[in-house]
Design a protein around this ligand. Structure first.
Ligand SMILES: NC(=O)c1ccc[n+]([C@@H]2O[C@H](COP(=O)([O-])OP(=O)(O)OC[C@H]3O[C@@H](n4cnc5c(N)ncnc54)[C@H](O)[C@@H]3O)[C@@H](O)[C@H]2O)c1
Length: 450
C-alpha cells in the first residue's frame, strides 16, 4: 500500500467533482505522459464535458464519464491508481471511503470533510484499510510557508509560546464565498472549516503542535440582507445574470465575462439549477464573515486568530513569540481591488490560479532577543497560491517532462488524515463555540485523542 507523502509518478487517475478546482488536476495529469485521466464523475454532465475539452486541447484521450450513482462501478471498471476528490466539501467522504476500501490512493481537497461523524468515518476507514489518504493542503507547499517552519524548527526563536494570526479576504475573493454553495454551512462548514482549515493546518505544521482547546466568537457582520440594508451596499436582485441592478454592482460576478466561468457554470446551470452568481446581500446565508478565535495547543502555546472576509486588501500577518525571539510573516496578496462591471475585464475575479493584480509581496522578519531585526531570504514562488500548487502537483504526480523536482522539501510537506482532522477540528470547535459561547475541547468534540 502506498503511503501518503510518497512520490508516485504515473498511473490511472480518476477525478470526482469536475468543477473549477478540478481543472488544475485535469491539466496536471494530462501534462505528464506517465499519468492518464481515465474517469470523470460529477452530478453535472456539462461540467464533465468542459474537462473532456481540456483533455482534447492537451492532446489526451477522452475519459469515461460517470454519474455519482455509478461511482462504485467506476472504481470497478477503471482500475484506478489514484482518485482525486474535488466535490463540494460536505460530500468528500462519499468518495474517499469507498475508494480507500478498494485500495486506491486518495487525494482529497481540503477541508477533509465538514463534521465529526464524517471525520470519524474517514479516520476509521484509513485505519481499517491501512490505505493512503492525502489532504491537499497546497498552502504548505508555498516556499514562504515552509521557510517559516524551517526557521522555527531551527530553534532561532526558541520555544514558541504564542501566535498572533490575522487573515484578510477582500471584497472580491471574500465576497465570492457568499455567492456560491460555500455560503451554506451544511455544504462548506462555514469559512472556519472551508477556508481557515488551511490556516489552522499551517499553524499546526509551523509550531509542530496539536490544538486542544478553542473559544470563538463569529458573526455575519457585513454580507447578508440585513447588513447590506444597513450599510447601503445591497442591491435588489437574486443573481447577477440578466440583472440590470447587478450590472455595475461591485459585489457581483459576471459569469459570461470569463470563459472558464461561463463554460463551467453559466452554460451548465440548466442541468442542476446551480447559480454561482448569487447576491451576497441575501437572506439565506448561514455562514459568518467575521470570526475571532482563541486556541490552546498541547505544547502550551496559544493563538489569537481573526478572519475577515470584507477587507479592502487581501493577505495575512502572522507573529510567533518564542523564548529566544520573534518571527513575523507578512504577505500582501493584493493591495487593493478595482471593481469590475458587466462586460469588463474579468481577469483576477477567481482567486488562486495566479498571483493577484496588485501583488504586494511577502516578507519574513526574524528578531532575536537583544538583537536587531533581520529579513529572512526565501524562494519566491510563482503561480497559483504562491507557487504552492505547482510544487504540490510535482510531489503527487512527479515533475513535468524535462523538469527536475523543484525541491526535496516537498515530500515532508504532505498532509495525511490526522493532519486533515486536526485542521478541520479547530474550525468545527470554533463553530460550536460561536453557538454555545463556551470553550470547546477538541478531544471531547472528536471523541478521540489524535
Ligand atoms: N486548496 C485550494 O486552494 C482550493 C481552491 C478551490 C477549491 N478547493 C476545494 O476544491 C473542492 C471543489 O471546489 P470548486 O471551487 O471546484 O467548486 P465547484 O463548485 O466549482 O465544483 C464542485 C463540483 O462538485 C460537483 N458535485 C457537487 N456535489 C456532488 C456530489 N454529491 N457528487 C459528485 N459531484 C458533486 C459539482 O457539480 C461541481 O462540478 C472543494 O472541496 C474546495 O474546498 C480548494
Amino acid at each position: 500500500m502506498v503511503q501518503a507523502g510518497t512520490t508516485q509518478v504515473g498511473g490511472r487517475v480518476g477525478i470526482v467533482g469536475t468543477g473549477h478546482r478540478a481543472r488544475m488536476y485535469t491539466t496536471a495529469v494530462s501534462e505528464r505522459p506517465d499519468s492518464q485521466l481515465v474517469a470523470l464523475c460529477d452530478l453535472n454532465s456539462e461540467r464533465m464535458k468542459h474537462h473532456q475539452k481540456l483533455l482534447k486541447d492537451l492532446g489526451r484521450p477522452a475519459a469515461t464519464e460517470y454519474h455519482p450513482d455509478d461511482f462504485e462501478k467506476m472504481l470497478d471498471e477503471q482500475k484506478l491508481d489514484v482518485l482525486v476528490v474535488t466535490t463540494v466539501d460536505a460530500t468528500h467522504h462519499l468518495y474517499i471511503v469507498p475508494a480507500l476500501k478498494k485500495g486506491i490512493r486518495v487525494l482529497t481537497e481540503k477541508p477533509m470533510t465538514t463534521d465529526v461523524p464524517k471525520c470519524k468515518l474517514i479516520l476509521d476507514t484509513v485505519e481499517e484499510t491501512k490505505g493512503s489518504l492525502q489532504v491537499l493542503f497546497n498552502y504548505r507547499y508555498n516556499p514562504v510557508h515552509w521557510k517559516v517552519e524551517e526557521v522555527i524548527a531551527s530553534g532561532k526563536i526558541g520555544n514558541v509560546k504564542s501566535v498572533h494570526f490575522e487573515w484578510l479576504l477582500d471584497t472580491v475573493h471574500g465576497a465570492d464565498y457568499f455567492r456560491r454553495w460555500h455560503r451554506y454551512k451544511d455544504k462548506s462548514g462555514g469559512l472556519m472549516v472551508h477556508k481557515s482549515s488551511h490556516h489552522f493546518d499551517l499553524v499546526n505544521f509551523w509550531i509542530n503542535a496539536k490544538p486542544k482547546e478553542v473559544f470563538g466568537m463569529g458573526s455575519l457582520a457585513f454580507y447578508g440582507a440585513e447588513n447590506g440594508a444597513k450599510s447601503g451596499w445591497a442591491r435588489d436582485y437574486y443573481r447577477a445574470r440578466d440583472s440590470e441592478a447587478a450590472s455595475d454592482d461591485p459585489f457581483a460576478i459576471h459569469l459570461e465575462d470569463e470563459p472558464g466561468l461561463k463554460a463551467l457554470y453559466a452554460d451548465a446551470e440548466h442541468v442542476d439549477n446551480y447559480h454561482r452568481d448569487m447576491n451576497v446581500f441575501a437572506k439565506d446565508i448561514t455562514i459568518e464573515d467575521d470570526m475571532a478565535v482563541l486556541v490552546k495547543y498541547n505544547t502550551g502555546a496559544t493563538m489569537t486568530y481573526h478572519l475577515t472576509a470584507y477587507s479592502p486588501w487581501e493577505g495575512y500577518r502572522v507573529m510567533f513569540n518564542g523564548d529566544k525571539g520573534r518571527l513575523e510573516l507578512e504577505v500582501v496578496e493584493s493591495e487593493y481591488r478595482v471593481p469590475t462591471k458587466k462586460g469588463g475585464a474579468a481577469d483576477g475575479v477567481v482567486h488562486g490560479e495566479k498571483a493577484l493584480p496588485q501583488d504586494g509581496g511577502a516578507k519574513i522578519t526574524l528578531q532575536p532577543l537583544w538583537g536587531k531585526a533581520e529579513k529572512v531570504p526565501f524562494q519566491v514562488g510563482v503561480g497559483g497560491h504562491g507557487g504552492g500548487d505547482e510544487r504540490m502537483l510535482d510531489q503527487i504526480f512527479g515533475p513535468r517532462p524535462g523538469q527536475v523536482e523543484k525541491d526535496s522539501a516537498v515530500t515532508r510537506l504532505s498532509a495525511n488524515q490526522v493532519d486533515g482532522a486536526l485542521a478541520m477540528a479547530v474550525g468545527l470547535a470554533a463553530n460550536e463555540s460561536f453557538k454555545s459561547g463556551k470553550l470547546v475541547k477538541i478531544d471531547d468534540l472528536l471523541g478521540v485523542v489524535l
